[in-house]
Design a protein around this ligand. Structure first.
Ligand code: ZN
Length: 330
């Protein structure tokens, strides 16, 4: 990428590690000018001004560029000697002249090294992603992250139960599944140990002794896409944002269906499975009969002993054992 440097305006805050994270060739310079060096030991740069120059592209950086920076900072026809300080060394030992292109190359080497060191030390995000990638390799699911088709297959299989449900319920089902899945991966990934191996390489050690080297530059783009969005749990319909669409959705009007409504009684499953049905009539098994002549339960008219003995109707409501049919005389 090619970009143009600019002198930082007053009051503007900048975090180069954040701003240039994705642009390895871009850096910024802090320029001290207009002052003097005190004599060593413990020399300092006294007086003068400080200016920052942002968005410098190391691919097109040179002494000429530095000169034009100084011109922009108010030096007409600058014929100055430039020095830069090596990182993590004091001014007595770390001050190096910036005069020819070889010096520039050396300085850019520090820029490169310093940026990478920082990224490895601080970027927990990257360590976390390396853990995830290694975990995918351990359990043999790596393919599902890359191949869209495979991803769809995996998701489809998990959502079989939710697919027949109404749309809101179905979405709810999918959301729950995805949350569970993400949490599971994170739980498993938390057990892995990650060490930085230099540049984009990370060594990942599993609790059971396996080791992997993960190259972030190969896999980062895929993972960035995958975890760009986070699916957070929500409380319920009352927490949903109210729609600003003016239309109110009401229930559809009930209307008669075409065709004659059925008249026949719907039979139960037990009825349809026969046993208790014989030639479309229920069997009388299990039901006790009542005698129509003496009104007692347990026999019918044909087996009625009261009728045979000519005692018809007597003691129809009376006490006595049904079927015994004793003589009831008053
Ligand atoms: Zn009877």
């Amino acid at each position: 990428m090619l970009c143009e440097w600019r002198v930082r305006k007053k009051g503007r805050e900048s975090n180069p590690y954040e701003d240039y994270r994705d642009f390895p060739s871009v850096f910024c310079l802090k320029i001290n000018h207009g002052g003097t060096f005190t004599t060593p030991p413990k020399s300092r740069y006294k007086g003068g001004k400080i200016n920052w120059v942002d968005d410098i592209d190391s691919d097109i950086f040179s002494i000429v560029e530095v000169t034009s920076m100084m011109e922009e900072l108010g030096y007409e026809n600058p014929c100055l000697a430039y020095y830069y300080k090596k990182p993590n060394i004091d001014l007595d030992n770390g001050l190096t002249e910036l005069a020819v292109d070889k010096d520039v190359c050396e300085m850019l080497m520090y820029v490169d090294k310093f940026k990478k060191k920082f990224e490895a030390g601080v970027s927990k995000q990257k360590v976390f992603r390396a853990k995830n990638i290694a975990y995918e390799r351990v359990v043999g699911r790596a393919k599902s992250n890359i191949m869209l088709n495979n991803m769809c297959e995996v998701l489809n299989r998990q959502l079989v139960d939710g697919r027949d449900k109404p749309i809101i319920t179905c979405l709810e089902y999918i959301r729950e599944y995805l949350i569970k899945r993400i949490v599971n991966v994170q739980k498993a990934a938390a057990k892995l140990k990650v060490d930085w191996n230099g540049s984009d390489l990370y060594q990942v050690t599993c609790p059971w002794g396996d080791q992997f080297v993960v190259n972030m530059s190969d896999r980062l783009s895929t993972w960035k896409e995958m975890y760009r969005f986070k699916i957070n749990p929500i409380n319920g319909p009352y927490a949903w944002k109210k729609s600003d669409v003016p239309t109110t959705i009401i229930l559809p009007k009930p209307h008669p269906q075409i065709g004659r409504p059925p008249k026949k009684r719907k039979k139960s499953a037990a009825e349809l499975a026969n046993e208790i049905m014989k030639s479309n009539k229920m069997t009388r098994s299990g039901k006790s009969v009542t005698c129509s002549s003496c009104k007692r339960v347990g026999h019918n008219q044909r087996g009625c002993k009261s009728k045979k003995s000519g005692d018809v109707g007597a003691g129809s409501q009376g006490s006595g054992d049904a079927g015994v049919g004793g003589s009831h005389t008053t």
